[in-house]
Design a protein around this ligand. Sequence first.
Ligand SMILES: [Zn+2]
Length: 296
Amino acid sequence: MRRKVLDILTLVPCLALFTQAQQAPPKIELIPVAGPVYMVQGGGGNIGIVADEAGLVMIDAMFERAAAGIRDAVKALPGGDRVRFLVNTHWHSDHTDGNKAFGPTAVILSHENVRALVAKDQSLMGGTIRALPASALPAITFSDTLTLYAGGQAIRLVHFPRAHTDGDTVVFIDGLKVVHMGDMFFNGMFPFLDVANGGDIDNWVRDLDTVLAGLPADAKIIPGHGPLAGVAELRAFRGMLVSSADLVRKQMKAGKTLDEIKAAGLPPDLEAWAKGFLKPAQWLELVYRSLEKNGK
Ligand SMILES: [Zn+2]
């Protein structure tokens, strides 16, 4: 089964998010979120920053080539001359490659499954993601939850197993009604679904319900990709996952093959989400593989 999943991933053309490492330094933007919390956008998965005189807390690290732009964007913030703690929301390189730049001087924290994956070479999308060097590996891991204190806030790291991957962490800053979702939320576009490493569309929906149940109506939500969002956008994303799973499940139950499901395509309301990394056929295939692996 594992072999089959990897074969399928080779059919997905190199997604922008995993190939940006090869390109020129990106344009990095700093966006205020609430109080000492900021979002950094432009060089991989979105970063969350909590400013603190003792040094920044940084949530995700983009690609290494974005590091100079990130340092420049945050340098005027309190504590902006150094990253004290770096949290990895999951193992994908558009969120962890920058560990190589920040790791030697920051304490990196992640779920234990993330450290296990980034410590070894991984096959993904038909290519090899190289293991991170020792200085870029998480120094502290956790299995369920962990709380950091910075910027006058409690920063809660909570593991959600089997959603986008098997190691997703959602970061809650309850006092400011802010949450960083990592790649459990692609705002306005189809997400990647890492079926080979524990991704599961049905469980992802249940995890989003858990998150949504605890969020105030005016929460500010940092997605892994796409613009800063609110509860309405996260609900819409959840709805898209449910509709996609229902659409594919119905056809699988009717005996349709993957090729037939791809050929049938998407209704217009789902088609509208194909403006990010994935084309409709690629998204349908990921949904199909998740349902095939994890039960219909
Ligand atoms: Zn990801």
